[in-house]
Design a protein around this ligand. Structure first.
Ligand SMILES: NC(=O)C1=CN([C@@H]2O[C@H](COP(=O)(O)OP(=O)(O)OC[C@H]3O[C@@H](n4cnc5c(N)ncnc54)[C@H](O)[C@@H]3O)[C@@H](O)[C@H]2O)[C@H](O)CC1
Ligand SMILES: [K+]
Length: 494
């Protein structure tokens, strides 16, 4: 699913109006019908509602939603913050509300006056949406401060008011609505995927308002959101006549003294994701541990003929000592096909930056933000880190998987793909090793590097989400993710 900037969304909106064709007021009516249905699915008529509308089309949406809720029998009051002029569609919806429910509307022009609410009131935030161009001040800022101190549930229309759709200032004192849930129109906004905005956006759901499909298809964007339908068709079907040789041989270089668990988790994940054969390379002291924990894997302490492997993953738990650095250097100088680099392999590279040039084109590296900063320099904001990921993925022609709540895949062609699966329970020891194992498993099976990166990240998160059905966010451990890989695959075949 593409992610567009707010200015692109404005153009898509216009294209829909001209080519569907539909008048802009009817598009607003259609959008608010969808919002209304989403809202009544979550909140009953017993719940009092206070609607805050602004002067633009976000305010128009709020006024129309208020009218629909009053029609449906909700106890709703509407406050219109109107110091200057209303957009034409906002004006129309103000009139429609006044015509039908004249006493429900309170218009404030200069100073904010808090409406009467109760503890269980739901506030609908329709003050500003995608048209916001600068930080809120005056009566708008007062309104936001009031909303945030009520302690009530807040439903934001499109975007929490005060938040920009893309990059936001790092000043955390700016007036921005803290929503419980954001019903966003048609497309997720980039800001929703950035960790610093989590407190404002709350949960978010996409409301399909019927933007013209041709406009969506024709408009390009570097950004996208990886959803199930992107992955389903990528899963390879297995032939009835296949044998273990059909699914490739993965080499996992992982685990030092005391870190055998890293090799176990990585190798197990590679096997569970479908590799035909898995060989673990590690020190002699790990032999019994690895062979006991995964009898299906081969264990080696010497490295020969790396050409025989369909996928090589290197890094989990290898440490950054000279011996490991030598092995990494050897491997990188020897191989000429894409490999997977994680954890200590990345830490070694950040100490010897010239090694980055040896990483074969099309390789996949999987840093978390700290490892990323060690590799490419410290970033002041998530947006800056994202730009650096894009720049370096292009420069070195590699896939960079920047791990996080919405792991980001930066591709050699400059695309930025955010993952949609996963949960906070997956922030646990060994979770990254599991991802590396899945990547190795898929690459070994002949998935292209791009398919490997996207499918692995999606499957890893999906398995984590399935694991959460039995575990809590606190109790979930990396082995649970591996244990749910089967169900994750099945969920994509149902
Ligand atoms: N395709 C869609 O997604 C649809 C979206 N709809 C809704 O329309 C808004 C966007 O409406 P717009 O009128 O462009 O912007 P806002 O309502 O967010 O803002 C109004 C107006 O305010 C001015 N402004 C900007 N920043 C400030 C500020 N800090 N202080 C004061 N005034 C400010 C600026 O001139 C803006 O234009 C979208 O979010 C959806 O809710 C449609 O209803 C359906 C189609
Ligand atoms: K809003």
């Amino acid at each position: 699913m593409k992610i567009f900037s707010t200015s692109q969304i404005k153009q898509l909106d216009q294209y829909t109006i001209e080519h569907e064709p539909i008048s802009s007021i009817d598009l607003m009516e259609r959008a608010t019908d969808k919002l209304f249905h989403q809202f009544i699915g979550r909140y009953s008529q017993l719940q009092p509602v206070c609607i805050i509308a602004g002067q633009g089309n976000n305010g128009g949406d709020a006024l129309a939603l208020g009218r629909k809720l009053l029609h449906a029998g909700y106890t709703a009051s509407v406050v219109l913050i109107n110091p200057t002029t209303l957009s034409p569609d906002c004006e129309t919806n103000k009139q429609r509300l006044l015509d039908e429910f004249p006493t429900a509307l309170n218009i404030l022009q200069q100073q904010f006056v808090a409406p009467a609410i109760s503890d269980d009131t739901v506030i609908i935030d329709g003050l500003f949406g995608s048209g916001l161009s600068r930080p809120l001040t005056g009566i708008f800022a007062e309104t936001v401060h009031w909303i945030n101190q009520t302690g009530c549930e807040v439903v934001a229309i499109d975007i929490p008011s005060g938040l920009q759709g893309e990059e936001n200032s790092t000043d955390n004192k700016l007036p921005i609505v803290k929503a419980t849930i954001t019903y966003t129109l048609q497309f997720p906004k980039l800001a929703f995927l950035l960790p610093e905005n989590a407190d404002f956006v709350g949960k978010w759901e996409i409301i399909d308002i019927g933007i013209h499909p041709k406009a969506i298809e024709q408009t390009t964007s570097d950004y996208s959101y990886l959803v199930e339908e992107d992955i389903r068709n990528q899963i390879k079907k297995r032939s009835k006549f296949s044998h273990k040789g059909s699914f490739g041989h993965a080499l996992i270089i992982a685990g030092n003294n005391g870190m055998a668990g890293a090799s176990v988790l990585t190798a197990k994940a590679a096997l569970r994701s479908g590799a035909g054969l898995v060989t673990v390379f590690g020190p002699e002291c790990n032999r019994i541990i690895v062979q006991t924990a995964i009898p299906e894997a081969i264990f080696k302490t010497t490295l020969t003929a790396t050409v025989n492997y369909n996928a090589i993953a290197i890094g989990p738990g290898i440490g950054t000592q000279a011996e490991s650095a030598e092995i990494l250097k050897d491997i990188l100088s020897q191989i000429n096909k894409s490999c997977i680099l994680d954890a200590d392999a990345l830490n070694i590279i950040s100490q010897q930056n010239d090694l980055l040039k040896l990483v074969p084109e099309g390789s996949i590296i999987t840093p978390h933000p700290k490892e990323f900063d060690r590799l490419f320099g410290i970033s002041d904001s998530t947006c800056q880190r994202i730009s650096k990921a894009q720049e370096n993925a292009k420069k070195y022609k590699i896939y960079i998987i920047l791990k996080g709540a919405h792991s980001l895949i930066a591709t050699p062609s400059g695309r930025l793909i955010f993952n949609s699966t996963g949960n906070p329970g997956m922030s646990t020891a060994g979770s990254g090793d599991v991802l590396t194992g899945i990547l190795a498993g898929l690459l070994a099976q002949g998935y292209s590097t791009e398919e490997t990166a996207t499918t692995s990240v999606f499957l890893h998160g999906r398995a984590g989400d399935i694991a959460l059905e039995r575990e809590s966010e606190e109790s979930l451990i990396a082995s649970d993710i591996i244990g749910c890989l089967g169900k994750a695959y099945k969920s994509l075949k149902e």
